[in-house]
Each structure stands twice: as structure tokens, then as C-alpha cells.
Design a protein around this ligand. Structure first.
Ligand code: HDE
Length: 690
């Protein structure tokens, strides 16, 4: 059949019938008549150069990619609002904290660090937690992580750290993981990384969701008040829903089942109206405290335990809107630690100062123009008036006429003027010293807080941490790196070093030299543990319910009621996606077909099937995995008595106290309330699947 633009082709017809949206145009606004066929000379003839529609379309497509971030490439953003709950006018002139009830628009981007943009969400990694506050006085970026310390003390080592963590240059793998020689070679030679390694090997590095993790500004910043008085401040985000992580064996499987697990979770929570919230807390202290504290407050490999300086909650952030477009917002958002507002200032933390320098370079490289603040997600919401001009992609037409410099004598037409009162004033810290390349003596203790972190973990968490070291080091081929690392760990904890050596099948090596003896007198800090403070609610979690034709309608109803009361979502998993009816003939809405919905995607599981169906599922490998994984990952499990054949086939015969038989209506409530413990950790010693 011959097709031309006056005789719509079959395909064209189908597309045209599909909707009544606005007319499709070129970038120049010309309406496109045929978006299916390139202009040719004759039906089977050559394409014509004059086809500007096709040329423009392909041209733009060829230029769709921009460089991904060199670190934190994989991220996910959302919009929301920060509400101040406690005025900090006494310590900072920043309007965002000026009075209780003051609200400020925010944009948040969560990220992993090492993986490429297309890597998986459940990598063992630090999570970025960057927040842009569009304040009335300009943009303030709190570019935080979910771990309160960092690997290095001086920004000059950042390229080395990142090179070592990323895929090895000769092979180009492994992707999004530190379990390889180069990384462990580097960190085993950098004792200052030890504290951070403890966090990275802990469950903090495999969070269940962005919604269930803390955020930390890491560095010591300054607040400065109207009287130009300075107070040191460390920033903390505390998730209202509590902290929760997954197990390593689970993380590995989630990455296969749903590489987008974290972003999907955030998107779904916001879409369903279950808006994630974090409280913003500050640790405030003065020079006297800084001088008396055991460690240097300018050293980013150290934290100040909350038990020493309590976290004062000053507001709440609510993420209530997903992005309208991933690229325009999440990909183009440009954070920078140097984006501060009057009342917030820097300290001499060498890592912070290096970051202040670095981020602008990155923005220019990625976004291609110094005018990246014209992009809506980066544009301040307050007036922006200056004499900076031109450059690639300048999208704004300055409102003032001839003045593009100052001072000028053009009076009211002379454009903006500086304002020494409202303007940003740097804190006049007194500085003196010789120009030298030197690491402060006060940064020299690399092991004491690492030990304190280990001592602050519950036994379950210590096991996970030791297992993580064993796993990562087992992927290292060079034995000298393994022994050097274990030698360093001996300075943290003999017990930990022994377990790691034993897990690898190595003899305990000599302890490595330490610049300072490890202090053993630091009190454990319960705030550093995830599990020390149990949850008071299971709200926001997802329970996977394995169902099949004939599932008991009363049990499902009781489960549904209990879940609603707790604020938990039930997701039905079944052998087929459609046509599954319960015992009362209700058609069940199936979230996942069993092979696409393994139990690792859920916080707890229930198996509600008839005896016949249990027998059938007992022959289904994915159904058996559903049950045996839930068991191995210490999840709470509810089941109907008829379902036991499936458990037996999956090798689960010991129904411990983490199992709840759904024999009455109240059993469902008991099960869901029991889930507040998140996992039945007593099982761990029997299953050993960390
Ligand atoms: Fe970053 N970091 N960083 N970083 N960082 C970047 O900026 C850098 C550090 C953090 O979602 C880059 O726009 C240096 C600590 C987050 O867009 C880059 C040093 C902390 C994000 C950069 C550090 C962070 C970044 C890459 C050592 C925790 C993602 C892309 C001194 C407090 C922001 C970009 C987003 C991103 C440099 C160390 C957090 C290259 C030189 C410590 C959350 O500029």
C-alpha cells in the first residue's frame, strides 16, 4: 500500500485514534502531520535531506544523555515541605528556622554512591540524602548521607577513594559494590577509614527503604545569629517511621527481583498518600564543648554521640509530591554544600571545604552551562537579581536596562545594590598559622570511635557486621589485603577480628600499628544501633500474602482489618495474576504473580491457602522459595493450618514464636502487632543466612 501525508497510513490511523491530546509539533512549534514515516523520494526511494521533522527528532534523541554524576549517580527525588517547630532565632538568623510554623518548600534526592545510574538499589553502600531548601533568603542545600561519618579526613583523598570503590579500571567491574581488591587495598592502607567501614559493613548500608533511614550533615557547621555570634551545629534527619534495614542475603535477592525497590517504595508511598516524614534535629555546642570533647569536631571521621550532645528537634519534613519528570527534576537537580543562607556558615572541616569547592565543577560538567540555576528545580523561589550575564543557555531576560555592572550612577535604573544588613556575612573567625600540608594531631585516633560503634550494636547487628566483612573480603583475591585489613580490625575489636579471620579461614594476623592506642573507656551509644530502639508501629510496611483459589475469605478479611488498623499494606501474591477467587467467591486483586513476587519484597508474609492448593504449591519452586526465604530472613510469618504442606516441602518444620497460626480473627491482630519487632531475630542462630 502506498502511504503519503495526505493518505494516513494504517499505523498513523491507529495513533491518531488513540487520543485527543494537543497537536504534536516540532521544537519550532510546527504541527507534525506524520510521525511514522520519513519523507522519501518515491515509495521505496531514498530519504530526503529536507525532512526537517525527522532530522530534528533524531538530532534531539542523539543528545538526550548528559554525564551522570561521578558519584551518587543513581538517585531518586521527591518534593515536599519543611515546617519549623521550634524557633532557633537565638542561635541563627536563618529565616527557615525563624519561627514555629514557618514552612519552606524542599526537594530531596536520595542516592547510592558507587553504582552507575542504571545500577540496582540494594547495593551495600552509603545513601545520599540531599535536601534543597528553597528559603525566602536563597537556596540552602543540606547535602547529607545516611551515615554520620566519612571515609577520609581531607578532600584531597576523595578521587582516590572513589576510584578504589568504583569498578576496577582494567576490567570495568564489579558494578555498585566494594567487594573487590582495589577498594579493600585502599581502605586497609587508610586507617582513618576504619570508623566508616564499621558503618558500611553494618545494616545501615542496606536500608529497607529511603523512608526508614536517618540522614546526617556529617560536618560541623556554624549557626550565626543576628549578633554575629556563632554556635556549632551538626544536622540530623530522623525518620518518623523508625529505622529499618534488610539482611544481606535478602538485599542480594531484592536486587534481582526488583532493582528499583527503593525508588518504587518511595514513589508508591507518596502516591498512596502515606507521605514519608523526617524530623530535623540539631546538635548545638560551643567552643568550650569542642575543646573538651574527646575528638576534634572538625574531623569528619568522628561523630558526637547523642548521649553527649542531645539532638534538639526543630522541625519536620514531609515528602508529599513525586516529581513530574525524572530527568527535568531528579537528574538536573544540582546540590552544593556552598549553598548556604544568612545564619548558616562553615567551619574549617577540611572535607567540607573541599566539597564547597568541588560541587560547582560537577554542575558545570553535567549541566553544561553556568546558567544551571535557571533550570526550575534549581531556581531559588526568592528574587534573584545580579549582574552575572550571558553564557550558554541563558533563559532569563534581565529586567533592568543598561546597567550590567556596579557601582554605576544610573540611579533607580542602576539595577540591584548590595545590602550589608540583609546580606550574607561570613562569621569573622580569627585564623592564623603557617602555610603547610599537614594532618592535625587531633585527627590521629582512628580506632576508638570504630570500637565504640561496634560496642553499641546489638548482638544480632554485630553478627551482621562481622558477616559483611567476611563476605566482602572473601571477594578479595589478594591474601595480603585480607590480612592487612584484619590486622587493622584487631585495633577495633579482637572479637571482631577473630570472627572475620575465622570466617575467611585465616589465622589471626598481627595487629597493625596504630597512631594512637584504642580507647576502651568510651561508653556505648544506643543511638548508633538500629535494633536497640524497637518500633512502636509497623505502619508503612508491606505484607505479602500468598493466596490461591479458595483462600479462606474470613481469614483474609481479618488480616485486612488488622492491617488497616496498623497502617500496613497487604499485597496478594498468587500462582496466577487474574481470576483468583477466595472461598466466598470474591475476586482477589493480585499484586504479584508468585515468580515475580518473592518474599524478599515484603516486610512479613502470610500464607493463606487451602490444603489442596498447598499440595500444588509444594511442587512450585518459587512458592517454596517464598516460604523458605521468609524463614531464613527471620520474618514474621502467618499461616492457615491447611498451608503446612507447603512449609514442609520448603524444609520449614520448626514453627518458632515468629510464626502465627491464623485460627481466629484476633490472631491476625496478634500477628501484625508482633511484626513491630520487625524480625524474629531468635531464629537467626538456626538459619545463618546473613
Ligand atoms: Fe559529595 N559529591 N563529595 N559527599 N555528595 C557529589 O556532586 C564530593 C561527601 C553527597 O543527589 C558530587 O552533584 C567531594 C560527603 C551527596 O545530587 C561531587 C567530597 C558527603 C551527593 C561531590 C565529597 C557527601 C554528593 C557528584 C570529599 C556526606 C549527591 C555529583 C570532600 C555529607 C547529591 C554532584 C545529589 C555528590 C564531591 C564527600 C554527600 C563530585 C569532593 C562527606 C548526597 O561534587
Amino acid at each position: 500500500m502506498t502511504t503519503d501525508s495526505t493518505q494516513p497510513s494504517e499505523t498513523h490511523q491507529t495513533v491518531a485514534d488513540a487520543g485527543t491530546g494537543a497537536a504534536l509539533t516540532t521544537q519550532q512549534g510546527v504541527i507534525v502531520a506524520d510521525d511514522q514515516n520519513t519523507l522519501t523520494d518515491g515509495e521505496r526511494g531514498p530519504q530526503l535531506l529536507e525532512d526537517f521533522v525527522m532530522r530534528e527528532k533524531i538530532f534531539h534523541f542523539d543528545h538526550e544523555r548528559i554525564p551522570e554524576r561521578v558519584v551518587h549517580a543513581r538517585g531518586y527525588g521527591a518534593k515536599g515541605v519543611f515546617e519549623c517547630s521550634d524557633s532557633m532565632f537565638d542561635v541563627t538568623r536563618a529565616g527557615v528556622f525563624g519561627e514555629a510554623g514557618k514552612t519552606t518548600e524542599v526537594f530531596v534526592r536520595f542516592s547510592t554512591v558507587a553504582g552507575n545510574k542504571g545500577s540496582f538499589d540494594l547495593a551495600r553502600d552509603v545513601r545520599g540524602f540531599a535536601t534543597k531548601f528553597y528559603t525566602d533568603e536563597g537556596n540552602w542545600d543540606l547535602v547529607a548521607n545516611n551515615i554520620p561519618v566519612f571515609f577520609i579526613q581531607d578532600a584531597m583523598k576523595f578521587p582516590d577513594l572513589v576510584h578504589a570503590a568504583k569498578p576496577e579500571p582494567h576490567t570495568g567491574f564489579p558494578q555498585a559494590q566494594t567487594a573487590h581488591d582495589n577498594f579493600w587495598d585502599f581502605v586497609s592502607l587508610m586507617p582513618e577509614s576504619t570508623h566508616m567501614l564499621m558503618w558500611i559493613m553494618s545494616d545501615r548500608a542496606i536500608p529497607r527503604s529511603f523512608r526508614f533511614m536517618e540522614g546526617f550533615g556529617v560536618h560541623t557547621f556554624r549557626f550565626v545569629n543576628e549578633r554575629d555570634e556563632s554556635t556549632y551545629v551538626k544536622f540530623h534527619w530522623k525518620p518518623v517511621a523508625g529505622l529499618q534495614s534488610v539482611m544481606w542475603n535478602e538485599a542480594v535477592k531484592i536486587n534481582g527481583a526488583d532493582p528499583d525497590f527503593h525508588r518504587r517504595d518511595l514513589w508508591n508511598a507518596i502516591e498512596s498518600g502515606d507521605h514519608p516524614q523526617w524530623e530535623l534535629g540539631v546538635q548545638l555546642f560551643d567552643d568550650d564543648f569542642a575543646d573538651s570533647f574527646d575528638f576534634d569536631v572538625l574531623d569528619s571521621t568522628k561523630l558526637i554521640p547523642e548521649e553527649h550532645v542531645p539532638v534538639r528537634i526543630v522541625g519536620t519534613m514531609t515528602l508529599n509530591q513525586n516529581v513530574d519528570n525524572f530527568f527535568a527534576e531528579t537528574e538536573q537537580v544540582a546540590f552544593c554544600t556552598a549553598n548556604v543562607v544568612p545564619g548558616i556558615d562553615f567551619t574549617n572541616d577540611p572535607l567540607l571545604q573541599g566539597r564547597n569547592f568541588s560541587y560547582l565543577d560537577t554542575q558545570l560538567k553535567r549541566l553544561g552551562s553556568p546558567n544551571f540555576t535557571h533550570i526550575p528545580v534549581n531556581a531559588p523561589r526568592c528574587p534573584v537579581v545580579h549582574f552575572q550575564q550571558d553564557g550558554h543557555m541563558a533563559t532569563q531576560v534581565p529586567e533592568f536596562g543598561r546597567a550590567n555592572y556596579e557601582p554605576n550612577s544610573w540611579g533607580d535604573d542602576g539595577g540591584p545594590r548590595e545590602d550589608p544588613v540583609a546580606g550574607y556575612r561570613s562569621f569573622p573567625a580569627a585564623e592564623s598559622g603557617d602555610k603547610r600540608r599537614v594532618r592535625p594531631e587531633s585527627f590521629a585516633d582512628h580506632y576508638s570511635q570504630a570500637r565504640q560503634f561496634f560496642d553499641s550494636q546489638t548482638e544480632v547487628e554485630q553478627t551482621h557486621l562481622a558477616d559483611a566483612f567476611v563476605f566482602e573480603l572473601s571477594k578479595v583475591d589478594t591474601m595480603a589485603i585480607q590480612t592487612r585489613m584484619i590486622g587493622g580490625l584487631r585495633n577495633v575489636s579482637e572479637e571482631l577480628a577473630r570472627e572475620v579471620a575465622d570466617g575467611l579461614g585465616l589465622d589471626l594476623p598481627e595487629a597493625s600499628d596504630a597512631a594512637r592506642p584504642t580507647r576502651t573507656d568510651l561508653e556505648p551509644s544506643p543511638a548508633l544501633s538500629i535494633l536497640a530502639a524497637p518500633l512502636t508501629s509497623f505502619a508503612g510496611r508491606r505484607i505479602g500474602v500468598l493466596v490461591a483459589p479458595g483462600s479462606d475469605a474470613d481469614v483474609l478479611e481479618a488480616l485486612g482489618d488488622a492491617a488497616t488498623t496498623e497502617g500496613v499494606t497487604l499485597a496478594f501474591v498468587a500462582p496466577k495474576k487474574h481470576g483468583v477467587e477466595d472461598s466466598a467467591g470474591n475476586v482477589l486483586e493480585i499484586a504479584e504473580k508468585i515468580d515475580g513476587g518473592p518474599s524478599v519484597l515484603f516486610d512479613a508474609v502470610a500464607v493463606v491457602v487451602t490444603a489442596d492448593q498447598a499440595e500444588r504449591l509444594a511442587g512450585d519452586a518459587t512458592a517454596k522459595d517464598f516460604v523458605s526465604d521468609a524463614h531464613a530472613h527471620c520474618k514474621f510469618v502467618a499461616y492457615t493450618p491447611e498451608a503446612t504442606a507447603l512449609f514442609e516441602a520448603a524444609g520449614v518444620s520448626d514453627f518458632d514464636d515468629g510464626y502465627h497460626e491464623l485460627n481466629t480473627g484476633s490472631a491476625a491482630t496478634g500477628f501484625i502487632e508482633g511484626c513491630r519487632s520487625v524480625r524474629f531475630w531468635d531464629r537467626q542462630q538456626h538459619v545463618d543466612a546473613t
